[in-house]
Design a protein around this ligand. Structure first.
Ligand SMILES: Nc1ncnc2c1ncn2[C@@H]1O[C@H](COP(=O)(O)OP(=O)(O)OP(=O)(O)O)[C@@H](O)[C@H]1O
Ligand SMILES: [Mg+2]
Length: 293
């Protein structure tokens, strides 16, 4: 997506909003149309033209080695995008760039059509609504499942607010719902350290979800899981689709087959192929560099 396209999208959005404002006497703002032309409101991601993430011509080198090489990619709002590719293709590095951990040498990275992620720090990007799950589970082993989820709510509020923090009834309901979603209702009082590897992964995903991220990046979420855990994780991700946008990096092809719509194949830091899993698996270039190994 180029800035020109984004400008067009913003223009179309302004026209659309003006038309909607005309139709509605009672808008949320009490009928005021004054804000309809604004480009970006803090806390909001402008996805009116359907895209939550854009990367354009992004490159990064480590000691002269181009780990990401003119990578362009975009993801629809509510989409569950799968990313595959051989070891060293640049999948994790791409996530590092999106989350602000690594700064690219060149290119553009936008969250919605108005938020330039390259102008934000790693904590700011998390606050904007991009959650990230690293491969290794990072839960607080000494705390219970409940306390881990509660902590996720607290830390999102900032230090001062978290000291005064008490769960209100809405939050208690949300926490109970989350326990159900991540299949840990029966383990609510168990110490996180006693959970299986798969359960720890679910708990961490639950902690991320408590912060209601708009975009969730998951790096090899089912690595090390049992078949049953992998199946449940597939169900979980499918249930998140639409409510959140997800980018899932995985090597497990049967998992990808279960959850995927569009699959992007990365190789040598760029997109090699994109389409359904069947389409990319039939692509000669993909077979050569990746699946044929
Ligand atoms: N901080 C760094 N310093 C130097 N080289 C790096 C750094 N981060 C990544 N690389 C290199 O960049 C390339 C891409 O690595 P990356 O971890 O992104 O691949 P990947 O697609 O996630 O691979 P895998 O499937 O094995 O996880 C690799 O050759 C890696 O060694
Ligand atoms: Mg990786």
């Amino acid at each position: 997506m180029t800035p020109e396209l984004m400008a067009q999208g913003a223009k179309a959005l302004a026209t659309h909003r003006a038309a909607v404002a005309k139709q509605q006497d009672n808008t949320e703002s009490g009928g005021h149309a004054a804000n309809y032309s604004r480009m970006h409101t803090p806390g909001e991601v402008d996805v009116t033209h359907g895209r939550i993430l854009y990367l354009e011509d992004v490159s990064v080198s480590f000691d002269g080695f181009k780990a990401i090489n003119k990578l362009s990619l975009d993801i629809a709002s509510g989409e569950l995008r799968c990313i595959i590719g051989p070891n060293g293709a640049g999948k994790t590095t791409m996530m590092d760039i999106i989350t602000g951990k690594t700064r690219p040498d060149e290119g553009r990275v936008f969250f919605g059509s108005t938020i330039d992620l390259l102008r934000h720090t790693e904590p700011q990007i998390a606050q904007l609504g991009i959650g990230r799950k690293f491969q290794k589970p990072t839960v607080f082993e000494q705390l219970t499942v409940f306390e881990n989820l509660e902590l996720a709510l607290k830390t999102h509020k900032g230090v001062k607010a978290s000291m005064l923090f008490r769960l209100d009834s809405t939050q208690s309901d949300r926490l109970a719902e989350m326990l159900h979603t991540i299949h840990l209702s029966a383990n609510v009082n168990a110490q996180a350290g006693t959970l299986s590897h798969g359960q720890k992964q679910w708990l961490e995903i639950g902690m991320l979800l408590m912060q209601d991220p708009k975009l969730l990046l998951l790096d090899e979420p089912v690595a090390g899981m049992t078949d049953a855990e992998t199946e449940r994780t597939a169900e979980l991700f499918l249930s998140l689709k639409g409510k959140h946008s997800l980018m899932v990096v995985e090597h497990d092809m049967s998992f990808i087959k279960t959850i995927s719509e569009i699959v992007t194949v990365l190789c040598d830091g760029a997109v090699l192929a994109q389409g359904t899993l069947d389409q990319v698996q039939a692509d000669e270039r993909v077979i050569e560099v990746y699946l044929g190994r």
